[in-house]
Design a protein around this ligand. Structure first.
Ligand code: FE2
Ligand code: FE2
Length: 204
């Protein structure tokens, strides 16, 4: 009898342990969706940059280059978090369309706005509930960067429509840790999101 009680207690302790170390299932799915979104955005912006150059819009091409770099950093950060959770990303092929630069800017505004106002807030809520602290950090850095990208793209579209694209900045700096993106002339000495010092920023 005593032996049976001991076995039951041991089983109970084992299930409690397994329960505590349960994986954050929603966050794992969200990380994979985030990696897909960021990888696709990075490839798409690189293609948009090429299109802008073909149209003679070199300043807008530089903005797309800077954002493409930032998105690749977000994808790498999400991938590190996913792998730390013992999971791997399945292979996939980014799908996107390249149109005129004005249309590409509008598509970029729509994509960044969706990520900043809908996608990442949902991911953050799940990650906080599941206490996935590394994911909270990676999602926060991406959300805050996308907000800046949306503003840069809105400014670029307005300037393009006014025919003044030469007035846009030509140089950008991207934080290699969090993807925070700065226009020349308004760069912090330390990244406002992750405190990385400016001397490590990638110049675009
Ligand atoms: Fe991003
Ligand atoms: Fe940063």
């Amino acid at each position: 009898m005593k032996k049976n009680v001991f076995i039951l207690l041991a089983l109970g302790a084992m299930f409690a342990f397994v329960g505590c170390s349960q994986k954050p299932v929603k966050t794992i799915a969200n990380l994979k969706e985030g990696i897909k979104g960021e990888t696709t955005a990075s490839a798409k912006y690189a293609a948009f940059a090429q299109k802008a150059r073909e149209e003679g819009n070199d300043t807008i091409a530089k903005l797309f280059d800077a954002a493409s770099k930032a998105e690749s950093i977000h994808a790498a950060n999400h991938t590190k978090v996913l792998e730390k959770l013992g999971e791997k990303m399945e292979p996939f092929t980014p799908q996107f369309e390249v149109k005129t630069t004005a249309e590409n800017l509008q598509a970029a505004i729509d994509g960044e706005t969706y990520e900043e106002t809908t996608m990442y807030p949902g991911f953050l809520s799940d990650a906080e509930t599941e206490k996935a602290v590394d994911a909270v950090k990676s999602f926060t850095w991406a959300r805050d960067t996308e907000k800046k990208h949306a503003e840069f793209y809105k400014q670029a579209l307005a300037v393009l429509q006014a025919g003044n694209e030469s007035t846009l900045p030509f140089d950008y700096e991207v934080c290699p840790v969090c993807g925070n993106t700065y226009e020349a002339g308004s760069v912090d000495e330390k990244c406002a999101f992750c405190q990385t010092s400016r001397d490590q920023f990638v110049k675009i």
